[in-house]
Structure formats: structure tokens, C-alpha cells
Design a protein around this ligand. Structure first.
Ligand code: GAL
Length: 801
């Protein structure tokens, strides 16, 4: 009997030890209590939150609200409610976590988060985008319930130039490790590619210790390839630890590594293990992409030794109809659309992104210009980040770099966008200080800023001498003079275009430019119904058309490439309009994720695949003069036919990236044929549609994964009796869901629509509507049905996993 008990005891301790050795990530996403109000004294563990709403995070309470011009955040921030909210989470520690080290991680709370654990105040974190965490080990109950209380204060408005969202809109998790461990933010793994093509992988970490002096510790660094094979293992490094952080470093060699690039995003895995008296006590992993790059004042950017043109877009963090609440599948959908367009880089305007975005950029292959600020100490809005800048910038920059520096995708740090300190000497010290803070934690990537002042004598961020690469926003006429004005500097077009369009809306003539607004004095400008033509001929006075902006980058080889403003429409900043517009017109892709026509201009320039995109739609008044455009590539001419008769052949030249024909409308079929050396490359046609007769549902997915919170994206369109898409349709569609799912949001991409994103009935906007579905639990089917008076209904079925 005694033997048996001893055996079980031994087995138990062994098991416990194995479990302890594995660092545990416990996500705290479900069943938070929430109230959208300020309440006194909700911080004690004993507070009765019984009447509060129960929800899952990531959560954004702004997106759940109604649009109104009365909201203090204004149309510039999406005309949605802000205010104050409280969250509480009750939880028990995993059985074996009682004696462990426990850190509470918040990946993003907008904003001013006060955090309590079991009534103990952990701290205030102001910045809504920078991740933060607390060591909560000593405040936890091992066997009893624990309570996290968070007060979120997004009340002082306006505090941004775009939609922020409100609440705990990114993940929260516990990092449970042994008391001798490496904090993930204390680990930095970087590969240097040597002249002979081999890589030296440098690992530097801090080993934390909270369990008294240790004299028999060893740290080992290993690298596995993408298939999981161990390919490099370091010699054990012996450490003596007291109660403090102790540095440990090592270099591993990889012969002929597979290099990471957007075309081939190969990721190794680096693991650092700590052994105490031969037993594993901690193990921490990070993905590792091996690549090298450089900027040249004359030749622009190179990646892995080859010239590489940065074909990037700027994106804000909101995900359209689901707001700021992070959802990996929604980000993946955005990145997939961008990848297909040929985009190879993202600028995270103007704040650190979600972890999910960086992970996807690592694995899908995008370079990332990771940016932290839109303001330093000088404000752009009364209550914006400038309020906290002086007190918080040191810790914010440290959290930002420590969190993001192991991502292969991140290739530049941007310390600010159009910072007001550019224009006076206060810019000198800040630029030096911020750059030094970045370099102290990562000196492998260049530091840049997005500048507007292109006179070197007046630009104090430049004059500090601290920036490695100069980013310039707009002002493309000056690109050619940058090398002589800023000798020896390297350049990137940090922001281009600010061209405007409404998906599916067309005004004629298409070849005269509309500058909306024309100058800084005009506020509203444009069409009475708040539309903007989708021929690429409308832009804000500081910007230009997509086409001219891209041509200017191409024609100036010292420009390393560009980040177009913007990849997607986003909530807020509805230039050239104000209320009732509430989201932007800048996107290459609309808010619902439907590409506008100019998407195909970029695709024709940014990919090698043959493109032939013909627009507008073909439903006009008989005899009306209509302009027809085509974006085409991999061909030297394109011919247009109306009802079988040629309208003319167009070729491309260096100053234009589209073809245009002007003709009198006649119903029927419009067809374009592109040719190379006389051989047909592609054909594309559009047809005059009759009345809508049938609903069509489409999705690229067929299964939804509940564990990953995967959303199902269904595109809703209508066709006439002959099956021809009705691109001008605005039918009201009613959606219902049966089975293990429900509607998460609907959106038709209109920047002026005011019905909430959560409702199941919505009009098509220029022929399209998007439904986002989510799972509700369990396996089975999710059946979406779409109906509309007088139309044949349609169903789409997902399988829930
Ligand atoms: C830029 C600014 C962006 C956005 C854009 C709109 O100047 O950096 O945040 O406001 O203009 O055109």
C-alpha cells in the first residue's frame, strides 16, 4: 500500500513538473461582465455585478451603437458613441498555477484602462493601442475565485482623427510560467545573413527569477525549420541567478537558410529553454524569418539582395462593420484581398497593430511599417494622444518595440505621422530621444517618420539627424528634387493618393479632375448625395489620383515604394463630406471589403497576372454619352466592342495606366478584348441588366471554426431573369440564420448608411451587400437565407467545426 501511495506521489510530482515546465497561455476571452456606464467602486472582488451584461471579448461597444451626429466624437470618428465602460472577469486559476508566476496581458484597450485584480490596483494604462501587462502573481487566490476589474475611459472627445472603438477590443490572457522564466518581451531573436549566405541567429534574453538564488541553471537555444526538424542547437549556457533579471545571449549558425520574403514567407521556430538541475523549467518560442534588406539613396529598397519595390497600403485598425474588435479571420480576409492585388507591405496607420495582424503578415508575407504615433506633445485634437505623450512615451515605446521586434514582417519603425513638432525646434530633441529609445531595444531596423515638410531647412525631425529613412506624404511633384534637397538620405512615399471614390458610383465626364476639397478653407465639397465618382479622378487637395501617385513613385527610382492612402475605407474621416457621411472614401476597397475599380489598376501594375477590368456598369439612358474605362496588363492593346461593333483600339503609354473610350449608350453587351502581339490575352464583358429577379449568395469559405472565432463572409448580389448581375440594384434584403450560427454584422459599404451594423435587413448598395456570420456553439450547419419581395430567395450553408 505504502509503495503504491509512493508511486502515485512520484507520478503526480512528475506530471506536475512536466506541466509546470510548459508555460501556459490562458486566454481570458469568454464571459466577461460589462456595463456601458461609469459606476463607483466596481473594483472590489465582492462587488455585485450580477445585473451586468455577459459578453466575450474582443469587444467594442462603439460599434454596437447608433450613428448620430450628436455623438461628441463627431463624424470624424465614425459618429458612434464613446463614453465610459466597466468590465469584470471572474476566473479560477488552472489547478497547478498556484505557485507559478502569472502575468496579465492586455493587447489593447481603448483607452485609459484602470485595472484591479481582486481589488488591488495594478495601474492605469492610457494609450489605446499599446499593449501592456502586469505581474499579478501575488494578488491571486490559488483555490478561490479571482476577479479582474477594468474601467475604460473613452469619454473625453474628440480624441482622434479616425474611428477608435471603445473597450477591451483586443485579447486578454494570462501568461503562467515557472518563477524562473523568460518574459516574451525580454526575448529578441534576429538573424544576420553573412556574405557567404549563411545566417548567424543572435538570441538575447533576460532570465527573470522570483524564487531565490539559483546556481544550477542552464539555458539552451534551439532552432527548428518549418517542418519541425531541429536544425541548430546551442551549447548550454550556465547561469547563476539571484532575484533579478539576468541577461543571456547566444549565436547559432544556419547554413544556407531559406530566406523570408513576401513571395515566400518561410518561418523557422526559435526556442529558448531553461533547465534547473537538469529539469526543464521554462520554454519559450518565437517564429523566426531570416531576411536582410537595405535602403539606398539612389536605388530605393532591396530585399535579400534584390531590388524590391514596396507596393504598400496604409490601413487603420478598424475592421468595418465589426469595428475595432479584433478578429483574425476578418484581418485575413483583408490581407487576402490585398495580396491578390499585389500589395506587399502594410503601414499600420497610425498606431501599433494587433498581434493577429503581425502574425498574419509574417505567415502570409507582407512587410510592415509599424507606426506608433499620430501626435507627440503638440495636439491635432483637444483630447488626443498629446495629452499623455510626455508622461507615457518612454514606456509606450518600450512596450511597442519589445512586443513587435521578433516579427519577420516588421521592417521599419515609424515614430510618427505628420508630427507637428516637424515645424519647430522642439522636434529636434524628441526625434533624438524617441529614436534612441527604439534603438536601445532594436538596432536592426531603420527608424522613419512620415513627413510633410519637404524643405530641409524647415523640417526639424529631419534636422535632428536621427532618422534613418525619410518618409514623405503626398507632394509627388517634389519627389524628383528630394535627392538634391536631402543629400545622402533614403526615401519612401509613406503616404500617397488620398484619392476619393464611392464603389459603383460614376459621374461623367471621367477625364476632368475634381479636387474635393480644393483647399484648406472649404469644408464640404462634392455631390449633394455625398457620392464620389469611382473613375480615378477625384482627390483631396493635398493628394492626387491613384494613377498619378503611382506613376510618380515608379518614375523616381530613389523612392523605395509607396504606401497608398488607403487600402480599405475606414470608419471616420469622410473627406470631402461631413455628416451624414460617417466613413471614409479613400479606400481602394470599400468598408465592406468590396474592391472599387481602382483595385484593378493596382493589380495590373503590382502583379504579373494578366488583368482586364472593364467599367462602369452598362445601365444608362439611351443615347447618353458614357465613358468606358479598362485597366489592362500583360497585353499591348485593348479593343472595345459595343454589341459586336468595334469602338476602337487603345494602347498604353508611360503617362497613363488605363484606356478610355467615349461613346453613346445603347443597351446590350460591351466587350473588351486585350491582345499581345496580336494574340488574345483576355476578354471581359458587361451587359445591360433587366430588373432584379433572383438573389445570389457567394462565399470563399464553406466551414467555420468556432475555436478561432472565424467569421463567415457572404457576398449578396442580385441578377436579372437572364442571370446578368444588376450592378445598380438597391433591393432591401432580409437575412435569417438557422442552425448553430447567427449574424455578426451586415454592411453594404455605403459611407452614408445609418442603420446599425448588427441588423439583418439591409439594402444592397450599388448591387452589393455583405453578411458576416458567426458560430454560436456546437457542430452542425449554419444556414443563411436571404429573401426580398419579388425576388427568388437564396440559401448558403456553412459547416461549423
Ligand atoms: C494624411 C494623414 C492621414 C489621413 C490622410 C487623409 O495627411 O496622414 O491620417 O488623414 O491625410 O487624406
Amino acid at each position: 500500500m505504502i509503495k503504491k501511495i509512493f508511486f502515485f506521489f512520484l507520478l503526480y510530482t512528475l506530471l506536475l513538473h512536466t506541466v509546470n515546465a510548459q508555460r501556459k497561455t490562458t486566454l481570458l476571452l469568454q464571459d466577461w461582465k460589462f456595463t456601458q456606464s461609469d459606476t463607483q467602486a466596481a473594483q472590489p472582488a465582492t462587488f455585485n455585478d450580477g445585473g451586468w451584461r455577459i459578453l466575450d471579448i474582443p469587444h467594442d461597444w462603439s460599434i454596437e451603437g447608433d450613428f448620430s451626429k450628436e455623438h461628441p466624437s463627431t463624424f470624424n470618428q465614425g459618429a458612434l458613441p464613446t463614453g465610459i465602460g466597466w468590465y469584470r472577469k471572474h476566473f479560477y486559476l488552472p489547478a497547478d498555477a498556484g505557485n507559478q508566476h502569472v502575468q496579465l496581458n492586455f493587447e489593447g484597450v481603448f483607452q485609459r484602462a484602470d485595472v484591479w485584480v481582486n481589488g488591488h490596483f495594478m495601474g492605469r494604462h492610457n494609450n489605446g493601442y499599446v499593449s501592456f501587462k502586469y505581474d499579478i502573481s501575488k494578488y491571486l487566490n490559488k483555490a478561490d475565485e479571482n476577479v479582474i476589474a477594468v474601467r475604460v475611459d473613452n469619454a473625453a472627445q474628440p480624441n482622434s482623427r479616425w474611428y477608435t472603438g471603445s473597450g477591451i477590443y483586443r485579447k486578454v490572457w494570462l501568461d503562467i510560467s515557472s518563477k524562473t522564466f523568460i518574459d516574451p518581451w525580454d526575448l529578441f531573436v534576429q538573424a544576420k545573413v553573412e556574405k557567404n549566405g549563411n545566417a548567424a541567429v543572435e538570441m538575447s534574453a533576460m532570465v527573470s527569477n522570483f524564487s531565490g538564488p539559483k546556481n544550477d541553471l542552464k539555458v539552451i537555444h534551439e532552432i527548428h525549420d518549418a517542418s519541425g526538424k531541429l536544425i541548430a542547437k546551442g551549447e548550454p549556457v550556465a547561469l547563476v541567478l539571484f532575484n533579478e533579471k539576468t541577461p543571456v545571449n547566444g549565436v547559432l549558425k544556419i547554413a544556407n537558410p531559406v530566406l523570408w520574403s513576401p513571395a515566400s514567407p518561410y518561418l523557422y521556430r526559435s526556442t529558448v529553454k531553461i533547465f534547473e538541475k537538469g529539469k526543464l523549467v521554462d520554454s519559450i518560442q518565437t517564429k523566426l524569418g531570416i531576411r536582410y534588406f537595405g535602403f539606398d539613396p539612389n536605388d530605393g529598397f532591396s530585399l535579400n539582395g534584390k531590388h524590391f519595390l514596396i507596393q504598400g497600403v496604409c490601413n487603420h485598425h478598424d475592421l468595418g462593420a465589426i469595428g475595432a474588435a479584433v478578429n483574425k479571420s476578418a484581418i485575413k480576409r483583408q490581407l487576402t484581398l490585398l495580396k491578390d492585388m499585389g500589395c506587399n507591405a502594410i503601414r499600420t496607420a497610425h498606431n501599433p497593430p494587433s498581434v493577429e495582424l503581425l502574425e498574419l503578415c509574417d505567415s502570409m508575407g507582407f512587410l510592415v511599417m509599424d507606426e506608433i504615433y499620430d501626435t507627440w506633445a503638440k495636439k491635432k485634437n483637444k483630447f488626443d494622444q498629446s495629452v499623455d505623450f510626455k508622461n507615457d512615451h518612454q514606456s509606450d515605446i518600450q512596450n511597442w518595440i519589445r512586443r513587435d521586434r521578433n516579427h519577420a514582417s516588421v521592417f521599419m519603425w515609424s515614430i510618427g505621422n505628420e508630427i507637428r513638432e516637424q515645424f519647430d525646434s522642439s522636434g529636434l530633441n524628441f526625434t533624438e530621444e524617441l529614436t534612441a529609445l527604439v534603438k536601445a531595444l532594436d538596432n536592426t531596423r531603420p527608424v522613419t517618420a512620415a513627413l510633410t515638410e519637404n524643405d530641409p531647412s524647415k523640417n526639424f525631425l529631419y534636422k535632428s539627424g536621427a532618422l534613418d529613412v525619410l518618409g514623405f506624404n503626398y507632394k509627388l511633384d517634389a519627389y524628383s528634387q528630394l535627392p538634391s534637397r536631402f543629400p545622402g538620405s533614403s526615401f519612401i512615399a509613406a503616404e500617397t493618393a488620398s484619392a476619393l471614390s464611392t464603389r459603383g458610383h460614376y459621374d461623367f465626364p471621367s477625364d476632368s479632375f475634381r479636387i474635393w476639397p480644393p483647399d484648406s478653407k472649404s469644408t464640404q465639397h462634392g455631390n449633394p448625395d455625398h457620392t464620389v465618382s469611382a473613375f480615378d479622378n477625384v482627390y483631396a487637395f493635398w493628394g492626387n489620383t491613384h494613377e498619378k501617385s503611382w506613376l510618380a513613385v515608379k518614375q523616381n527610382p530613389h523612392m523605395s515604394g509607396a504606401f497608398v492612402w488607403s487600402g480599405f475605407d475606414f470608419l471616420g474621416e469622410p473627406v470631402p463630406y461631413q455628416w451624414p457621411s460617417r466613413s471614409s472614401y479613400y479606400g481602394i476597397i470599400d468598408l465592406a471589403g468590396f474592391p472599387k475599380d481602382v483595385y484593378y489598376m493596382y493589380q495590373s501594375e503590382w502583379t504579373q497576372k494578366p488583368v482586364l477590368h472593364l467599367f462602369p456598369h452598362w445601365n444608362w439612358k439611351k443615347g447618353q454619352t458614357v465613358d468606358v474605362w479598362a485597366y489592362f496588363s500583360q497585353s499591348d492593346e485593348v479593343e472595345l466592342f459595343l454589341n459586336g461593333k468595334s469602338v476602337g483600339i487603345k494602347t498604353k503609354n508611360d503617362s497613363s495606366l488605363h484606356a478610355m473610350w467615349r461613346l453613346a449608350f445603347a443597351p446590350g453587351q460591351l466587350k473588351a478584348v486585350s491582345r499581345k502581339n496580336g494574340k488574345i490575352v483576355l476578354e471581359s464583358s458587361i451587359q445591360t441588366a433587366g430588373d432584379a429577379s433572383r438573389i445570389v449568395l457567394r462565399s470563399a469559405q464553406s466551414e467555420l471554426n468556432r475555436a478561432e472565432n472565424e467569421l463567415g463572409f457572404v457576398e449578396i448580389t442580385v441578377v436579372d431573369a437572364m442571370g446578368i448581375p444588376v450592378q445598380t440594384a438597391d433591393n432591401l434584403i432580409s437575412l435569417s440564420v438557422q442552425g448553430v450560427g447567427k449574424i455578426a454584422a451586415t454592411d453594404n459599404g455605403s459611407p452614408t448608411a445609418h442603420s446599425p451594423f448588427g441588423i439583418p435587413n439591409k439594402q444592397l448598395f450599388n448591387g452589393k451587400l455583405l453578411a458576416m456570420l458567426k458560430t454560436t456553439g456546437g457542430k452542425g450547419q449554419i444556414i443563411l437565407e436571404a429573401t426580398s419581395p419579388g425576388l427568388k430567395p437564396a440559401k448558403f450553408i456553412f459547416k461549423a467545426r
